[in-house]
Design a protein. Structure first.
Length: 276
């Protein structure tokens, strides 16, 4: 699942320095006024933008890529993890050193949650299908996350059921629930044509890691009422034309951004697609 945005939307308000969430203040000797941040979470956001120039034929609007690969952990999901934890703290639902965060995840949301939990002082338990790569598991454990592996045949449904079971049996556990959390980023959804669940179809077997969680995204569905869901057939010819090395999911976002920018109502407007 990847996303596109129109008219310079969601990015600025997710940057920690502009968010209404208050950071923990440094305790110790007074620090000089510099651009050095207090902790790694303050580096989330303000990633650079770059114009697309050679794959925009027929577009009425301008397309730019938001380089989310330059987030602290290299993904737009750093924003998602930060936003959900910050929102829960502001509402008094969690407290560092006391609360245990529990989340079902098969992708970069887990990494985003893991490094923020480490920086903020939370224990994090992640449930995921046992089919997830060893590399991903090693990375999550390096951030101190506890992993609970579920039956791969049950997919993300099994991971969600297990996460809910852990929360119900733990006094101080809290599940951000990325699939339902209103603090999650509002965006236009993009899905592969062979797994067009959000458009009313059925999960496909595309073999793409990101397609495993396509089956349920209620908060994104609600957020997308005024924006069309975009289906795509994957192609990556723009990598060699624009000189940007990207994978399947980022390419999907750009393909969708091009489709949107070709609409007459986007003439003179900017469409932003994320790249990570």
């Amino acid at each position: 699942m990847q996303f596109i945005w129109g008219l310079k939307t969601v990015f600025s308000h997710l940057h920690p320095h502009h968010h209404h969430y208050h950071h923990h203040h440094h305790k110790g000797p007074k620090r000089p006024e510099t651009d050095i941040v207090d902790d790694v979470t303050q580096l989330i956001g303000r990633t650079p933008l770059v114009y697309l120039n050679k794959v925009v034929e027929g577009c009425a609007g301008t397309i730019v890529c938001k380089l989310e690969s330059m987030e602290p952990c290299g993904s737009i999901k750093d924003r998602v993890g930060y936003s959900m934890i910050a929102d829960a703290e502001e509402k008094g639902l969690i407290k560092p050193g006391k609360s245990v965060l529990v989340e079902p995840t098969s992708g970069n949301t887990g990494i985003g949650l893991a490094f923020i939990a480490a920086a903020r002082g939370y224990k994090l338990v992640l449930t995921m299908p046992a089919s997830m790569s060893l590399e991903r598991r090693v990375l999550l454990k390096a951030f101190g996350a506890e992993l609970v592996l579920t039956d791969p045949d049950e997919g993300m449904r099994g991971a969600i059921i297990k996460a809910k079971e852990i929360v119900s049996n733990s006094k101080h556990a809290f599940m951000p629930q990325q699939f339902e959390n209103e603090a999650n980023t509002k965006m236009i959804a993009v899905e592969p044509e062979e797994s067009n669940v959000l458009s009313g179809g059925y999960p496909g077997q595309s073999g793409r890691a990101s397609s495993q969680a396509f089956w349920m995204k209620p908060c994104w569905m609600r957020s997308s009422r005024s924006a069309a869901m975009t289906r795509f057939k994957w192609h990556a010819s723009w990598r060699s034309k624009e000189g940007m090395l990207v994978g399947i999911s980022s390419g999907a976002a750009v393909v969708a951004a091009i489709q949107v920018a070709k609409r007459p109502e986007y003439a003179g407007k900017m469409v932003v697609g994320h790249y990570s």
